[in-house]
Write a protein that binds this ligand. Structure first.
Ligand code: EAX
Length: 327
């Protein structure tokens, strides 16, 4: 009987403890992104979740909504703006419509290599861009890496810009990317992600993305030709709803920023060490790769982009000049 009583006491203690600990339950942060587990965005998100959990001693729990379960990047951005979702990791593509100045970061052939990317974009100039996001209701925490974009298509090998003529290319939902491919002679169609079935059905001939995307999204199944054009350094932007962020204690705001910056360092390293492996896998899967396309022909063809009206807005123009001077 005593034993039974003790058992009851133990049981109620356990119950009580459970209640107490759930009363101190972690603050859940919803974070949206469109790519699947294993993608570069997820690597950043998972690292961020882990760092924030550890460094806040469990005060925050990040719940990742991946694979576009919250919608396209544009839709996710709208939800973050409204505060329905606290955070997101998105490509810069759809940002044009929210904060137009951000498109300078994706200017074609802006960065020569990763060393330059790290010193300029992940330095003070990048922070200047992040600071602009508040005017659209976002807190910019960090950039992270999608990678240098390369063209794939299913019609023919592309060596120089002349080979691009008339190709139906899916581009991100971005004026810059649309203008870029129009300038190169293609027939660009802006679309959200994913695009596998459109490529499979042949409504579009090609697309452009970093190697990891072409590999993890199995685009090699529906795309024959890959050219290492590296035309745009594609960044992710890691953001929070501004009002929500400003309501956090100061120390926690700083903690979120430093966790995201550190997650970005980790993710860039992950991205870069895998590149050779992705390329080998794509070749093995049957893609015909032009590793040394005539990049100069692309570079000179995109020069007029600078004179387009979208780059004449004074703030955008000044920012682009700063980036061009630093790269
Ligand atoms: O992040 O939409 C795009 O082309 C992105 O680069 C892709 O989803 C990977």
């Amino acid at each position: 009987r005593i034993f039974l009583n003790l058992l009851c006491v133990a049981f109620f203690c356990a119950l009580l403890c459970g209640t107490v600990s759930s009363a101190q339950a972690a603050t859940v942060i919803k974070l949206g992104l469109v790519t699947p587990p294993g993608s570069a965005q997820n690597i950043t998100a998972e690292k961020f979740a882990e760092l924030l959990h550890d460094r806040s001693a469990g005060k925050y729990e990040v719940k990742i909504f991946h694979s576009g379960s919250l919608g396209t990047e544009t839709e996710i951005l709208q939800q973050v703006q409204m505060g329905a979702v606290e955070m997101a990791i998105v490509t810069l593509g759809p940002f044009d419509t929210f904060v137009p100045q951000v498109k300078v970061v994706s200017f074609p052939f802006l960065f020569r290599d990763y060393a330059q990317v790290d010193s300029v974009l992940y330095g003070p100039l990048g922070d200047e861009v992040l600071a602009l996001l508040s005017r659209a209701g976002f807190q910019g925490l960090s950039f992270s890496e999608n990678g240098f974009r390369n063209l794939t298509n299913d019609l023919r090998p592309v060596h120089s810009v002349a080979d691009v003529k008339g190709l139906k290319i899916r581009v991100m939902e971005s004026t810059l990317h649309k203008e870029l491919w129009r300038t190169l002679g293609a027939n660009p169609t802006p679309m959200g992600w994913p695009i596998y079935s459109e490529l499979q059905q042949g409504t579009i001939d090609g697309q452009e993305n970093p190697l990891w995307v072409t590999w993890t999204s199995r685009l090699y199944e529906v795309q024959k030709y890959l050219s290492l054009t590296g035309h745009v350094y594609s960044a992710h932007i890691d953001i929070a709803n501004l009002g929500w962020y400003k309501n956090l204690p100061q120390d926690d705001q700083q903690l979120l920023r430093s966790c995201m910056k550190d997650a970005s360092v980790y993710q860039r390293d992950w991205n870069r060490t895998q590149l050779a492996d992705f390329l080998a896998k794509l070749k093995k899967a049957g893609m015909i790769v032009d590793e040394h396309p005539d990049v100069e022909s692309f570079r000179s063809a995109v020069l007029p982009l600078k004179d387009l009206p979208m780059y004449q807005e004074p703030e955008t123009k000044a920012l682009l000049e700063k980036f061009l001077a630093a790269t």
